[in-house]
Each structure stands twice: as C-alpha cells, then as structure tokens.
Design a protein around this ligand. Structure first.
Ligand code: ATP
Ligand code: MG
Length: 216
C-alpha cells in the first residue's frame, strides 16, 4: 500500500501527518520524501534520543522518477507500507508520478476556508491521475460531546460534493504536534498516549481499510 500526502497549499500538515502516520504504521512501514528533505531533518533533530518512533525507521529521498520507482519496488518487495511526503507547491512531473503510483492520496486541509480553492485544485489534480483520495481535516477545533466545532461543520458542509472522500474523523489542533516536530519525535513518544496519538492511529486504520477497497 502506498499513501501519498498531497496538497499544493502549504502548511496544512502533510509532513506532520506523514511522520506521525509512519510512527503509527510501525513496524513494516517506510517513508519516501519527494523533492523534500523535511523528514530526514525531522529525524535528525531526534537523534539525541536513544529511542524514539524513528530510531529504526526507514526513510529515503527521491529526487527523480527513476529513484522513486527504485525505492517503491524495493519497499514493495519487502511488503512494507509506504508513505510519500510531497511539498506544498504546484505539481511537478515527479509529484504527479508519485500520485499516480499511489494506492491512495491523503489530502489534509484545515478549517480555514481561505485555503479551500487550492485544496479543490489539488482534488482536481488527483482526480486526473485516477488515484483514490481521502480528505482529512487537520488542525481543527476540538469536538465537544462528539460534535464537530462550528467551523469544522461549515467546512464539511462545503465539501459535501466530495463526501465519499471525506474522512469522518479529524485531527484536532494541538501543540503536541509542534512539540513532536521540534523534538524530532512523534506524538506516540510522549508518555501517557495523548488523544492526538489515538486520532493518528484511527486515521491509519481508515487509510488501510480504504486502500484495501481501492485495490480490489
Ligand atoms: N494537528 C495539528 N495541530 C497543531 N499544529 C499542527 C497540526 N498539524 C500540523 N501542525 C503544525 O502546522 C505547521 C505546518 O505543518 P506541516 O509542516 O506538516 O505542513 P506541510 O503541509 O507539510 O507544509 P509544507 O507545504 O510547507 O511542506 C507545523 O508547525 C506543524 O507543527
Ligand atoms: Mg511539508
């Protein structure tokens, strides 16, 4: 299974979700950074810890289609799940290739309506590739008594045309994601698993389930 995080809008959480999903998917998962070194730098920051989610994890960078396909076949031979992180910019041939090769594209978006046009453009881009996709609300306000915050409900309403592609869960805004990124670890490395870790695990399960469906 190959999951690519993609949105041409910057700062929506592609790298944050890629890294934390990699932690959720261990063992047996690897990460490929396409045209980015964010993930390698993230791991570098955590090198001072004797043990973290990323101590034994496999990460590599692809700066050409040839390298991307080499890494993908290597990982598939080993039956690893693959997470591909992409940059927040317009698609390049290499990004298109990653999207095309994927089982599923994860499109994170936040509750900020200003970014919606670029997310919609990203959806178009992914639809052209023929790859299935899942929209994931990230950095949104907490749910209260199981109910979406008003701003989240508004965005869900706007995404009604894509409801079959909209994840029912959410990744709540929490400083823990920033703290994990700064320390070079994942939210799973904090003692007493925080709610953020439960949300990331739930997202991973949803991705696995959907990828199985797309493969059939
Ligand atoms: N759920 C969250 N709660 C709080 N902060 C978050 C959350 N997800 C991401 N962030 C923060 O938002 C910022 C942008 O996240 P990130 O770098 O993952 O976005 P990106 O889509 O990869 O950006 P780019 O397009 O520039 O590569 C970071 O500071 C990150 O810590
Ligand atoms: Mg990024």
């Amino acid at each position: 299974m190959i999951v690519t995080t993609r949105n041409m809008k910057g700062g929506v959480g592609k790298t944050t979700l890629s890294m934390n999903l990699l932690a959720a998917a261990q063992p047996g998962a690897c990460l490929i950074d396409v045209e980015e070194e964010e993930c390698a730098q993230w791991r570098q920051r955590g090198r001072r810890f004797s043990k973290s989610s990323f101590t034994n994890s496999r990460m590599a960078e692809a700066d050409s289609e040839e390298k991307l396909h080499r890494l993908l076949s290597e990982a598939q031979r080993r039956r690893w799940s693959i997470i591909i992180n992409t940059p927040g910019e317009r698609a390049t041939p290499l990004i298109r290739e990653a999207v095309k090769a994927s089982t599923l594209v994860l499109i994170p978006l936040t509750g900020d309506q200003v970014e919606l046009p670029r997310t919609l453009k990203t959806i178009e881009e992914v639809q052209q590739s023929g790859t299935d996709f899942l929209l994931v609300l990230n950095k949104v306000m907490p749910r209260v008594a199981g109910r979406d915050a008003r701003s989240t409900a508004d965005i869900r309403e706007m995404l009604q045309p894509y409801r079959k592609h909209l994840w029912s869960g959410q990744i709540t805004r929490t400083l823990l994601f920033n703290r994990a990124a700064i320390a070079g670890v994942s939210v799973f490395d904090f003692t007493n698993p925080p709610p953020a870790a439960a949300e990331v695990s739930e997202l991973w399960r949803a991705l696995v389930q959907r990828a199985r469906r797309s493969q059939n």
